[in-house]
Each structure stands twice: as C-alpha cells, then as structure tokens.
Design a protein around this ligand. Structure first.
Ligand code: FES
Length: 653
C-alpha cells in the first residue's frame, strides 16, 4: 500500500449557469463556485452569518451546509449554505434567483436632481490632443525625433518643454514615420496632488500616427461596495456616449468594507479582491464599447471615485490600518497609475485618476458627490448625506465643510434582511396600502414578479405599516390589529409582502421583525450621525437650508416616508433634493473640466473629518433614535401628528 493517499476528485455542476468543474473531496463549495466564475451572494464573506449564499443540491452530498441556520423544511429540500458546505460527492448545485449575482442591474441611479448641479465650470478637459504636421528629417535637418516633436508643439501651440513619458519616446520614431510626419500628441494635467496655487504643467502621455483628434474618450467610474457604475464620455462633444452598471464582484467576499478588509488580510486575499474589482471594471468597459462602437484604443483616461477601502483595493494598497484605531488610510492623495498595470484592458497610455480622500471612511466618492452638486460653490448651509452601508455626512458650504461617517450596516442595500436584495430587477422598491381593502400594492424594479426587497422598498413598507397602525413605534407588529398577512414565522412575527405563487422564488416574500430591527438600527446610525456632526459645530438640524441626498436607491427614495421612519430630519420637504449617484456625476465632471478637477483637490483639503466611532454623543443619539421615528417625538412633529391622526381614524372606524 502506498503512503500517499489519493484525494478523491468529484464533478460539481452549477445550474442554471451550466458550469462544471472538477474538485477535490472536502473543497469548500462557495470557494469553488467563485473560482469557477459562478458568483453567489455572500454578504458576510463566507462566515456563516448572513444566509445569503443559499444553494440547492439537486443531487449529491456535502458535509456541514449550515443546517443549524436553516429551517427543517429548507434543509429537507436540499438547501445548504454554500460557504459552510464541504464537497463529499459529485454534485448538481442550483443557484436560486435570490442568491445570484446577475448582470440585470437596472437601477436608474443616474437620474438627476431637480436642477442641482455644480455651476461655473468651463468645458476644459484635463486631457487634450494636439495635431502636428512636422517637416520630415533630412540630411540637412537631422535633429532627433524628440527635438522635432517639441519644436512642433512650441511652434504650433506655444507649449514649451513639457515632460514626456519614456514609453512615448520609445514609440515616437515609428509614429512619426508611419503617417509621413503627421502625428497627434496627447497630454494630461490630471493629478491627485493637494491643491496649491502652482499650475500643474501638462505631460505627454501618447503619440499616434496621423490626425486622431476626433477620437478622444474617457471613462467615469464609480466603484461602489455593491455596484460598479460607468459612463463613456466623448471629450470632444462633452457628452455621455454610453453608460452601464454591474455588480462589484467583491460582493462575493463580503457585503461591507469591514468584511472586505478582513478578507484582504487572508493569504492572497488582497490580490483576489483587486483582481475581481478589475474584472468588474473590464466588464463595464466591454459593455460600453459594445453599446457605443467606440474603439478601445481611443479611450485616453479613467477617473474613479469610490470609498477609501474600494480605492485602496482597486489600487492594490493594503487597507489593514483603515479598520484599526487610529484609522489611518495609506494615502489620501494617490498619484495616477497606469490602467494596464492594474489589469484594466486598455492601452499603455491610459492613466487611472482616483479622487482624493478625506479619512479612512470618507473617500473620493464623497468629494466627487460634493463637487457634482455644487455644495462647494453655495453659500447655503447644506447637509449632504450619502446613504449606504457606510453612511457619509458632510455639512457646510463654500466656506467650510465638516464630515463624518457612520456604519449603518447593509440594510439599505438589502443586506441582513431575510428577503433583502440590492436595487435590481425584481426587487420590491415601493409599497402602498389600498385604504379600502387594506391589501398591499407592491411595485418591483422593471415590473417583473418579485424576488426580494431593496432598501427603498423596506423604507416604504415600514413607513406604510407604521402609518396604518400595523406596526408599533418600537418596530414590533401590532398583533391586536387583524391582518391576514401578519403571521408568526421562524424569526418571530412577519408580514407577507407577496405570496409564493406571485414571486420568482416560489416562496412567500416577507418582512420580519428582525428585518425591521436591522432597518431601525441603520436609520438610527444615519440620523445620529447627522445630529452629532451638526451639534459638534453648534448647528441645529432645522437650520439647514438644503439637504442633498445621494445613494443607489433605485427610483423610489420617498423623502416623506424616509422622514416617517426617522431616517431624515423632519424639516420642510422642499429643502430636500435627491441626486442619485453623485459620485459618478463628479467623476464625469472632472473628465470634462480642469476647474472641477481643481475643485475636487480643494474640497478634499478643506474638509475636516470628525471621528464618530468613539464619540459618546453619537452613541447616545444612536440609542435615542432606535424608535420609529425617534424616542423624542418633538424632533418629528409632522410625523407624530400624522401617526396620531391615523390612530384616531382607525379608532373611529
Ligand atoms: S452565510 Fe454564507 S456567505 Fe454568509
């Protein structure tokens, strides 16, 4: 008998992807799926906590599978948690719709606010092309090629002694001769240096044979924790040529930045996270090129905005100290790097500009959002809120700005919610009662049968249940009010949003008291963050002249309902504006204008970060906000009035 035992090999077949792989006995099912390119939702990063990685075994057997986290019915049906399953045989594995990460992202995050946008910027892209028709070299004039190029730039465009990338010198002789000494030179001034009065001189990043001035494109990309949104920009015409959105594939390694940072500390973890976000970027680039017919070689620049962890991971910078006190990022201003060096499939000449950040948890996406809505140009006292897994808040105006971040948890993006999902096709995004029948009307993104509920759906549902008295202010169902849709489930009382036959998942879609608790905690963190930051600079929340909301909420962030649950302050509704994805808008504007690039560098320097994580006031404000809308009803007078009149109405019925 041999000393070495052969490890048994099995075949795992993933459906409906129809992907088959051969694996070793004992391999982890989630890891195998990810390695095979089958992306499963895994919000807790594979730690067995979130139950988002459910798969169904059509045949075969696994060890573990998270039985203790599943209902007996689910377990009997072959449902297993992929992250807790070790492969013991050949398998056929079905990925159910609610666990899938598909490309059907339809959230219309690009809608613009009613007229809220930065003004006073010139169309003056930081990247430019110059056409030169140079005299050919002769025996009488045999100056070197670089000298000839510089001479041409000086003669034709008054550009003197500009630096040039070494790669360009290497290709210069061939470019000059290919089209009879006619070339196009590309320059850029894009830089993430802190703002100073010194003008940044352009540098030459490319030289192409012939006249290519009519082909000048750039990419604006928002790298979010959950999604990657991108626009292809025509810099000659100042317009968006194509736009798209896909999942950030890092979602399979954890739903929030803390889980991702933890994953990055595992062997090979940082490399993996960098690789998968680059994959997501390559996917959006392919899609943009397909939509527009633009040639890959004509993209000259990428501008990326993301939170500090996303920017670190994209650049391959170790985010370890972001989550360790005293919470220091690697760098707030990072020099531009070559896209090709990161694995982005674009020409050698393309640089990636990442927005400057403020602190460990307030990043380039916030700087980008602030400049896009013109907060840096207004005298109005402004509250800017980016609602997401990590909530960021900025207060101030053109003269000063203070910022803070708070961890809201993933509830606004559907994480930690029994049937939660991000704002994509099939997500319940709106909910309303028919006052006569008390039957709910639900609206899903793209109007298809529901497969889960997203953040806006949750807010709308909880607000409506509260107003109609089915939910008490402590977030518990009011079982004294009869509703055939309230029942006791495995996690306590729950409300049936859609019955099994009406859904894509073949099971009832419900909202549970645990879900509502998670939402209350998320909204309490956001509200407490706003309250604490405002008070730290002696401003009352009612003093804000405008409140700008950003975030990926699909189409239906309903301000009134967000106030009803106590997420937003109870101030006159006309002061609110929702700008959708401010981060993407800012990234676009920086491609269009040097003025906006300078604004980004300036705003990043002027913001003062206030740390809330160890702030007692924040903790007190947070606890006080763990109620619908708040333990202090005086802060929400219009909501309290509405709730008391709906109580009176139901009494009089
Ligand atoms: S439970 Fe499996 S990834 Fe969270």
């Amino acid at each position: 008998m041999s000393d070495t035992q052969t490890v048994a090999r099995y075949k795992v077949h993933f459906m409906p992807d129809d992907v088959a792989v051969t694996v070793n006995r004992g391999d982890n099912l989630l890891s195998i799926a990810l390695a095979a390119g089958v992306h499963i939702n895994a919000s807790c990063g594979g730690n067995g906590l979130c139950k988002t990685c459910k798969v169904k075994l059509s045949s075969g057997d696994v060890d573990g599978g998270g039985q203790e986290k599943l209902s007996a019915e689910e377990y009997d049906q072959g449902i297993r948690l992929a992250c807790q399953s070790l492969i013991l045989s050949d398998l056929i594995v079905i990925i159910p719709p609610e666990s899938r990460l598909d490309k059907a992202v339809q959230a219309d995050e690009r809608k613009k606010s009613a007229g809220l946008a930065a003004s006073a910027w010139r169309f003056n892209p930081p990247i430019k092309k110059y056409y030169l028709d140079l005299p050919p070299a002769t025996l009488k004039d045999n100056a070197n090629d670089l000298f000839r190029l510089m001479w041409g730039l000086k003669q034709s465009y008054d550009l003197h002694d500009i630096p040039i990338n070494f790669d360009v010198i290497r290709k210069l002789p061939f470019a000059l001769r290919e089209k009879d000494w006619k070339v196009t030179v590309t320059t850029t001034v894009i830089s993430s240096r802190p703002h100073t009065k010194t003008k940044i001189t352009p540098k030459i990043i490319n030289v192409e044979p012939g006249d290519t001035r009519d082909r000048l494109y750039a990419l604006a990309i928002d790298v979010g924790t959950t999604t990657v949104c991108a626009q292809l920009l025509d810099l000659n015409r100042g317009k968006v040529t194509a736009e798209t959105i896909t999942f950030n594939k890092q979602i399979s390694y954890g739903a929030d930045v803390i889980t991702r940072i933890a994953y990055s500390q595992k062997p090979g973890g940082l490399k993996k996270l960098q690789q998968v976000v680059v994959d997501s970027i390559n996917i959006v680039i392919d899609e943009l090129l397909k939509q527009s017919g633009v040639d890959r070689h004509d993209i000259c620049q990428i501008t990326v905005a993301g939170n500090p962890t996303m920017q670190h991971l994209l650049l391959g910078l170790d985010p370890k100290y972001i989550r360790l006190a005293p919470y220091t990022p690697n760098a707030n201003f990072v020099p531009s790097v070559k896209a090709a060096d990161l694995g982005i499939k674009l020409g050698e000449q393309v640089y990636v500009f990442t927005f400057p950040s403020i602190s460990s948890y307030v990043g380039g996406d916030i700087v980008s959002g602030v400049i896009s809505c013109g907060m840096h140009q207004t005298k109005k006292l402004t509250l800017y809120i980016d609602i997401g897994t990590n909530g960021e808040i900025v207060i101030g105006n053109a003269d000063w700005m203070a910022t803070a971040s708070c961890s809201a948890g993933p509830a606004f993006e559907g994480g930690g919610i029994k049937h939660g999902m991000i704002a994509v096709k099939g997500a319940i995004e709106d909910f309303a009662f028919d006052p006569l029948t008390m039957e709910p009307h639900i609206k899903t993104i793209a109007g298809v049968p529901p497969r889960g509920i997203c953040g806006s759906g949750l807010i709308n549902t909880v607000a409506e249940l509260l107003e109609y008295g089915l939910l008490a202010q402590n977030g518990k169902f009011n079982t004294s009010v009869f509703s055939p849709r309230i029942r006791e489930g495995e996690d306590g009382f729950e409300y049936i949003l859609a019955h099994a036959p009406e859904t894509q998942i073949g099971r009832d879609i419900v909202i549970t008291e645990v879900d509502i608790d998670n939402l209350i905690r998320a909204k309490a963190a956001m509200y407490a963050g706003c309250h604490t930051l405002s008070h730290s600079v002696s401003i009352d929340i009612a003093d804000f002249e405008q409140v700008i909301l950003a975030g990926n909420f699909g189409n239906s962030l309903n301000i009134e309902r967000a106030i009803t649950i106590g997420l937003l302050p109870d101030i006159p509704r006309e002061r609110f504006a929702f700008i959708g994805n401010g981060s993407l808008s800012g990234a676009r504007l920086v491609n269009f204008s040097n003025d906006m690039l300078n604004a980004a560098r300036k705003v990043a320097q002027m913001m003062t970060n206030i740390e809330l994580s160890e702030n007692n006031d924040f903790n007190n404000n947070y606890v006080a906000a763990l109620f619908l809308p708040h333990t202090d009803g005086r802060l929400f007078p219009s909501v309290m009035e509405k709730l008391s009149s709906s109580k009176n109405n139901s009494r009089s019925k």
